[in-house]
Design a protein around this ligand. Structure first.
Ligand SMILES: C[S@@+](CC[C@H](N)C(=O)[O-])C[C@H]1O[C@@H](n2cnc3c(N)ncnc32)[C@H](O)[C@@H]1O
Length: 319
């Protein structure tokens, strides 16, 4: 049966295993690799390093918004809640919520990066010994069973980091609708990066230290590690322009020469200058995101943004 989140053949590639997705994505014209495959343990560690970069305003702005508004957010979520986090990463931001909530009953972090998720959950357990933890290694775009926590009277979703921006707006709407179903009547707190000066956006995805480039190239490094592929990382360039019409950063790996690369039992040909699309990061206005959330069946309630309108946090209610 077709999954509800699938929109077209390009996105259907994202439902496959890494080896299948790579084989299929690199046989398309133009070539592409779905961005969720960035995240193995090395990719998650690189993303963590991106979050600390001076150019990457997103993390520090979202953390400041969470800290400044934690009391209000906690009262909107309510007491005795269980938190379900989609694409949980380092589990840092949730600590701000957990510390502000009244009697949080449990926490279910969902992430595709299995060994990294297990590792950070072990560390969270040390700091929150009385919190019920239920890490789920999985793909949040697919149907997932989220076990109910004992004593929880409500469920709230947490989806920070502007991960929603990695989906095209129509797919983002379908994904939000799916999350709404998973939340069983509970609300969702979403972090959304805002449209802004393209120079600021460009710098955030083209940092001087080259960490985002290493993160992008981790797709090739991962293929070498897991699939015995023969990519030479020096023969590909990180390229991340802002597309102002589509209001998104587009990320590519560009082949610097004509080359034939071993991938499992086959050979993939690249032309000089050929680009492999690896990620989009859509930017929204507060209004355009609220519109998508409403189309997904949520009632957009509170919204918080920093004084420079760089980043926003949205509290969406299910009913
Ligand atoms: C942009 S990072 C955000 C991490 C963290 N939430 C934050 O705000 O810093 C995206 C996270 O979502 C995870 N992820 C990406 N696509 C996913 C998917 N389809 N299913 C589950 N997790 C996914 C990645 O492993 C990564 O940890």
């Amino acid at each position: 049966m077709m999954d509800a989140v699938r929109q077209d053949a390009r996105e259907a590639v994202a439902d496959l295993s890494f080896s299948q997705a790579l084989a299929e994505g690199l046989s398309l014209t133009p070539k592409e690799i779905p961005c969720k495959f960035f995240y193995d343990a090395a990719g998650s560690a690189l993303f963590d390093a991106i979050c600390a970069l001076p150019e990457y305003y997103q993390t520090r702005t979202e953390v400041a918004l969470l800290r400044r508004n934690a009391g209000e957010i906690a009262s909107l979520i309510g007491a005795d809640a269980e938190i379900v986090e989609f694409g949980a990463g380092a589990l840092r931001k949730v600590r701000i919520l957990l510390d502000a909530l009244s009697r949080p009953r449990g926490y279910t972090p969902i992430d595709i990066s299995g060994s990294y998720l297990r590792d950070v959950t072990r560390r969270l357990a040390v700091d929150y010994p009385n919190l019920a933890l239920c890490p789920v290694v999985g793909d949040f775009t697919m149907p997932l069973h989220i076990p109910k926590m004992n004593g929880a009277v409500r469920r709230a979703g947490f989806f920070p980091g502007s991960t929603i921006g990695n989906f095209r707006p129509d797919t983002a709407m379908t994904l939000l609708r799916r999350m709404r179903e998973m939340l069983d009547g509970g609300g969702l707190l979403v972090g959304v990066d805002l449209v802004k000066d393209p120079a600021i956006l460009h710098a955030a995805y083209n940092d001087a230290a080259g960490v985002t480039a290493a993160f992008n190239k981790n797709l090739l490094a991962r293929a070498n590690r897991e699939l015995n592929a023969g990519f030479d990382l020096e023969d590909f360039a990180h390229y991340a322009p802002y597309n102002p019409k589509a209001q998104r950063i587009e990320m590519y790996l560009v082949s610097l020469k004509r080359q034939s690369v071993r991938l499992g039992g086959r050979i993939v040909e690249f032309q000089a200058g050929e680009a492999v699309h690896t990620e989009d990061s859509h930017k929204y206005t507060i209004e355009s995101f609220r519109e998508i959330a409403a189309r997904a069946g949520f009632i957009p309630r509170a919204v918080w943004a920093d004084e420079n309108r760089q980043f926003s946090l949205h509290w969406l209610e299910s009913r």
